[in-house]
Structures are given as C-alpha cells and as structure tokens.
Design a protein around this ligand. Structure first.
Ligand code: ADP
Ligand code: ZN
Length: 727
C-alpha cells in the first residue's frame, strides 16, 4: 500500500519486488492517468478495498527504508490528527534534496574537530575590525568561547568557513582533531559530566529508570541545571546502546547549547537546523539513518529525524512558540515528540522554567510526571524584580522619557560599576505609529491591515508583515498637516540609552540590527567579552548565552503583548518576563530586574515579579477554564484567505456546512474577519471550533472538507489544529 498525493491507496506488490517492499520505503506507482507517482509504503492491508481494481506497484525507489516503523506510525498519526492530506508530512519529514534523489550512499565519517584562538589572537583582534569583518566576528567569538567544537562555530557562522581558514593562515586560530582527554588544560569544563545536585540526581534516576514509554516534565528555574540532566540522561541511555533526540527552539541563537552536546558526545551528535546547507542537512540525516550518529540535536522539524534505537526524546524550553509550525502543514513538534517517544517505547523529557499550561495540566491529570529543580545551581539567588508603576510615577514625576528615573538611575549605576545591562522591549523600530496631528490619518500598509513602523536609521516606514517600505514624509500625504510618531521600539530605546550614558557602549540586537545568524553570534560574543555595556533588544536577548557580567535587566514596557486579542497573551507575557529576568545575576554578582509597566497588578506581570509560576498558573488556568480555552477545551481554527468578497463567501459557506454538524458538543466562533484582517493584499477570515473532545472536531472537519476543497469564493482554506495564535 502506498500513500500518494492525497490519500492512502492500495497496490499489488509484484512477486519480484516482494522482498524490497518494506515499510517506510518510497515506491513508484501508476496513479490516475500518470504512469509514475511517488508514494510511501505505510502499511500492508490483508485485503483490498471493495470494488477497487488493484494495479501493480512499479518500482521500489530506495535501497533502505527512509522511515523506521516508529516514524511511519508517527507520521500517520500526525497526518490524521492535524487534518493534513496523507503524504504531506512524509514529504516535510525528509531532508531537502532527498525528496528528489534516491536514498543511497552514506557520506564519509567525520572526526570531531575543534577550533581555538591562539596565544596572540586577542592583541591582533582590533586590527581586523576594519579590514576583515567576517574574520573579526569569528575571532571575537573564539576569544569569548575558547576551544570549541567546530560544529558550534559552524552553527554560529554558517558562512564562516573561509574566515576561519584565513584566521588559521594568519596564525590567529587553529583547528585540531585532538581528543578531549589529550587537551587537558584547554578542555571545556562542561565536556565531562558534573557531579549532580540531589535534585538533579533524583530527576536523572526517575528518567533513566522509566523502563519504557513515560513522559516527564522537568520544571526547573532558569540556571537550575536542566541541560546537565538532559546530557547525563542521554549519556546513560547511550551507554545502553540507545539513541536520543533533542529538540531546541532555535540553534542560531544558542550555538553554545549545541556546543555542549558536541563537547560531551562528539561525533555521535548530528545537528539539524536551518543554518545548514541542503547538502549538509542531507549528510547529517544520513548519518542518523545509518546509525553513525545516534544523537540528534535539532529544531522543530527534527522531530522526524531518523534516530535509530530511540531511547529518549528531550524538548528543551518546551513552552517555546517556535515548536509550532505555522506555515506548511501545521504541527506542534512538542506534542509530536511525546507521540514519537510512545511509538518508540522511549522516554520523553520536556524541560522548561515556565511550562506551557497544556503541559502543566497533563502533569495534573497524571499523564506526565513532574520533576522539579526549584533552585539555581550553587543556590544562587533568583534576582529580585522591582516593578516600576508608570501610572503612579506619572502622577508624582511630571515628565520623564521612556527610561523612568528608577530605571535610568539603575542603568547609570550598573554601567558606572563596570557591569553590564540588558534592556528588553519586544518591538522593533523607532516609533510604532505615525499619524497626522491635523486629520488623524495613520501611516498604514497598503496591503496589510496594520500600521507602519518608523525605522529612523533607514528613514523608512516599514510593514512588519509584508516588508512594504516607503519614505517617511514630515507632512501628512492626505492633508499636509504635521505628522507625529508614537509608540516605542528598540531603536528608540537604544537612542535613549546612548543619550543617558554617552560614554557607554550601547548596542542593539534585533532582526534589523543583525542580518544573519553569524551577526547574532558576533554581537552575543562581544557582549560575553564585555565589549558592550548595554545590550538593547527584542526577545532575541532573552535567550542565548549565559552572561555572568549582567547584573541589571530592564524591561522597558512589560505590557506590549498583553492587549493582543489572543487567549495566550498573558501566558506569553509571563514567559517572556521570566526568561529575560533569568538573564540577570547568573555570575557571582547579584542581579536586579526592573520592569516598567502600566499594569503592575495583572497576574502575568505581578507573578513574574515574584518568580511565582505556581500562582500565575493557578490564576490563568482558572480563567481558561471559565472561558473554555485550552487546556480545557480543544480548538481548531479554520483560516480563510482570498479576495475580499471571495474570503467572505468561503467563510460563510464553511459556516453553513458546519452548522448541521455542530451538535451540543461543539461551539462555533465566527465566521469573522481575522484580527489581522488583511495581509499581503489578501483578506483573511476565521472560524474557530471548540470542543472538549477532539473527535468531535474531526466530525466538523469531515463536514467542512467538501467546501474547503472546492471553496465557492476561490479562497484558500487551512485547518489549524491546536492553534498557537489566533491572529
Ligand atoms: P538550565 O538549563 O536549567 O538553565 P544549565 O544546565 O545551563 O541550566 O546550568 C546552569 C549552569 O550551571 C551552567 O553553567 C552549568 O554548567 C552549571 N551546572 C549545571 N549543573 C551543575 C552541577 N551539578 N554542578 C555545577 N555546575 C552545574
Ligand atoms: Zn504589509
């Protein structure tokens, strides 16, 4: 049986191919009028569907199955659960390049190589700054990190090969293939397992003693040593011949993490992320498939990586939004990780300082087991968080800029003492709204229903959704009146910090300031080397390295995400505030966090300030229950995109088809224009279906499918199961 374009179809296996047709291989089959289409072998039914005349399978395309049996089961489960056409996730699960080619030769085995700066490198660094930017960035990184696996450098600087080569020719860096043990003095301190704290040891025993499928939530505060638990659990299972899969949110922002896995397990680690070329990804995939690497560290799509003898699946920062695939076939990799572990009889370990409420609820229902690391390593204190109530301050202090007096004072004191600060604001640009003082007209994107953001450095008004750019004029294009800019972005925070502290070295880290993953790594490395005093940025600064020099974290405005029309707005705000606060005081010096807010009493802000996850979760879960949101009810969003009239007609037709199927157990919200009503010139509508039982939602899908496949208004219809955002 083979899954072809849309559906599962049954074929007869000619006897000369019988030995080769095994689960998980691709086959060529006649399909419709086409003599050859590609399918995946997903099962062997004992009888053919009634009334079907069977045709012969034409050819077997692979010399080995691309999907192991546990992966075949996972993919079939996922395609059914996420309501996507059979075959769609199978394709998404293969590395690019392999889809076109046949799965054959294995690449040569590589040894672990290491890169390090040489003795005089630090002195030579300044001379590179102007002449050789790429080399400068790579060397800066090496100086900050010392001797590191080459793989970490490749992750940080996907295009850095030439620069490294040039540095070695200049005698400023060296690459060696020496063993870890032989390098005594230069050994990365974390290459060998650390003696565990009692809590870490208890978590490790639980996870490695499961003896079959089980899911654990490792809830540990920032800096509590979760990663060390992952490493040692993997190490134990590896000694027993088992493989491991580790999913992380974004490798480019955290090359250090990938480096820790390479440092401990060397060549046994394959990395899968978007910074690799297609050929590299293909090679890593083959190393896993052939069991030459038994540990995979990768992003979302690596949940489908062909790890052999899978013994453990780890999802780090399991609450992170990047595990949800939003375009292409939508799936939630964290949830699939649990299914993958189940199909393989492996352990699943979900780790976070701020577990998602879905995962928390699963521990309460006894489906997942809870393990806690409530303290930081070495009993380092959690940094005290002070709320700066902007409304109250306004009443007593007549005028202040976007850095309030308490934050400005703290910043000046921190930099004055030679320490470092992070200023966080989750909005890019200079001003987020530009409007006319006379007629009130705002600068809006012509093809999206959003206002344009003013980017001062480039002198442009930009749409953050479609990239539309226009020059900013001082006068209103409609009436000629004067225009003003409102709303604060990171560019303006950077300007304010520079103005406040003209002597300080202030830099910005957001998608505008850094183009590539390599630039991100370079900025983070400069910060780690204390060549930057104040780092201003979006959520990019909440992740990344462990910066021992950071003693102050300032949140410029905690409320930016709170008012979004999305039931997860509070949860996301709580997570972000907790993550960014966790950057302070990781070294020997105590840290301090100042949070400017208009809503000091709202639970997301108040509980983040007291590091009180339990209280936040309690209140938020009560509110979710009262309003019928996940984790108490399941959602399917049906998204419609098309012309203004077409999207509306299609949405209305979907609603009409759904009505008779609703019954008493499904609620329909909408149809209504989406919160982002128009994007890239296309109108967007949304229907939301809500039920306690997911199978009821599958009934709705069956009722909607005929309309979705032939939408009357010609619009595109997408089903999004367990949607992450409702915008
Ligand atoms: P998390 O993943 O929870 O943020 P990490 O695993 O990164 O925490 O640990 C934070 C720091 O503490 C790291 O520098 C790590 O090397 C160190 N660390 C972790 N476990 C131990 C331990 N048992 N003994 C000493 N240091 C540890
Ligand atoms: Zn736009």
């Amino acid at each position: 049986m083979a899954a072809a374009v849309r559906g599962t179809f049954t074929y007869r296996v000619p006897s000369h191919l019988a030995a080769e047709v095994t689960l998980g291989r691709r086959v060529a089959v006649p399909f419709g009028r086409s003599p050859r289409a590609t399918g995946y072998v997903v099962g062997f039914p004992t009888s053919a569907p009634a009334g079907v005349e069977l045709r012969d399978l034409a050819e077997v395309l692979d010399t080995f199955p691309l999907f192991t049996p546990d992966l075949v089961k996972l993919l079939r489960w996922a395609e059914e659960y996420y309501l996507c056409p059979p075959g769609e996730l199978h394709r998404a699960a293969l590395p690019p390049g392999l889809n076109a080619r046949r799965g054959k030769a294995a690449p040569a085995r590589r040894g672990v190589e290491w890169a390090a700066p040489t003795e005089g490198a630090a002195e030579a660094l300044p001379s590179l700054a102007r002449r050789a930017r790429a080399q400068h960035a790579v060397l800066e990184y090496l100086l900050a990190r010392g001797r590191i696996p080459l793989e970490e450098l490749r992750t940080a600087f996907p295009q850095g090969r030439a620069a490294l080569l040039a540095l070695t020719r200049r005698g400023l860096a060296r690459v060696d293939a020496g063993s870890r043990v032989a390098q005594g003095g230069l050994l990365d301190a974390r290459a060998e397992p650390l003696p565990l704290t009692a809590e870490q040891a208890a978590a490790l025993e639980a996870v490695t003693g499961a003896g079959g499928f089980a899911t654990y939530l490792l809830h540990g505060v920032t800096g509590s040593g979760k990663t060390e638990v992952y490493l040692q659990a993997i190490g134990r299972l590896r000694a027993a011949g088992k493989g491991a899969l580790v999913l992380v949110p974004e490798i480019a922002l955290t090359p250090q993490l990938a480096g820790r896995f390479r440092a401990r397990f060397g060549d046994d680690v394959a990395l899968l992320h978007s910074g690799l070329s297609d050929a590299e990804r293909h090679a890593e995939w083959l190393r896993l498939r052939h069991g030459e690497a038994r540990i995979c560290v990768g992003v979302r799509s690596a949940v489908f990586a062909p790890v052999q003898e899978l013994g453990i699946v780890v999802v780090d920062e399991e609450h992170d939004g990047s595990f949800k695939q939003e375009d292409g076939p939508p799936y939630q990799a964290r949830d699939l990780a649990v299914v993958r572990a189940r199909e393989a009889g492996a352990v699943c370990l979900l780790g976070s300082a701020t577990p998602s409420l879905e995962t928390l609820e699963n521990t309460r229902r006894g489906r997942y087991r809870l393990l806690e690391l409530p303290r930081r390593i070495d009993d380092r204190p959690m940094p005290p968080v002070e709320l700066v109530d902007l409304a109250r301050l306004r009443r007593t202090v007549p005028a202040f800029g976007l850095l309030s007096p308490p934050l400005a004072d703290a910043l000046a004191a921190t930099v004055g003492e030679g320490r470092q600060a992070i200023l966080f604001l989750n909005r890019r640009g200079f001003q987020t709204l530009v409007l006319c003082e006379a007629c009130g007209q705002e600068a809006r994107c012509p093809s999206c229903a959003v206002s344009l953001t003013f980017h001062q450095r480039r002198g442009l008004l930009l749409c953050h959704y479609c990239g539309h750019a226009e020059r900013r004029t001082d006068d209103c294009p409609a009436c000629g009146g004067p225009r003003i800019g409102l709303g604060v972005g990171t560019e303006q925070v950077e300007a304010a910090a520079r103005k406040l502290l003209p002597e300080a070295r202030v830099e910005r880290l957001d998608r505008d300031a850094v183009g590539s993953a390599g630039d991100v790594a370079a900025v983070l490395a400069r910060f780690a080397r204390r060549e930057i005093d104040v780092l201003v940025g979006t959520q990019m600064v909440t992740k990344g390295h462990d910066f021992p020099g950071v003693t102050l974290v300032g949140v410029v405005l905690a409320d930016t995400g709170l008012s979004l029309p999305d039931f997860r707005a509070a949860e996301r705000t709580f997570q972000l505030l907790t993550q960014v606060a966790g950057r302070a005081g990781r070294g020997g010096d105590a840290g301090r966090v100042l949070v400017q807010t208009w809503n000091p009493g709202t639970p997301a802000v108040a509980c983040a300030a007291t590091h009180d996850y339990a209280r936040f979760a309690e209140q938020e879960l009560a509110s979710r229950r009262a309003h019928g949101w996940p984790p108490y009810q399941r959602l399917v969003a049906v998204r419609v995109e098309g012309s203004e009239a077409g999207a509306r007609r299609t949405a209305e037709a979907l609603a009409a088809a759904a009505l008779p199927a609703l019954g008493s157990d499904v609620a329909m919200l909408g149809p209504a224009p989406a919160a982002l009503e128009r994007l890239r010139g296309r109108s967007r509508w949304q229907l939301l279906f809500r039920a306690a039982d997911p199978s009821a939602l599958r009934r709705i899908h069956r009722a909607l499918r005929p309309v979705a496949e032939h939408p009357p208004g010609g619009a595109a219809v997408r089903f999004d199961v367990d949607p992450n955002a409702l915008l």
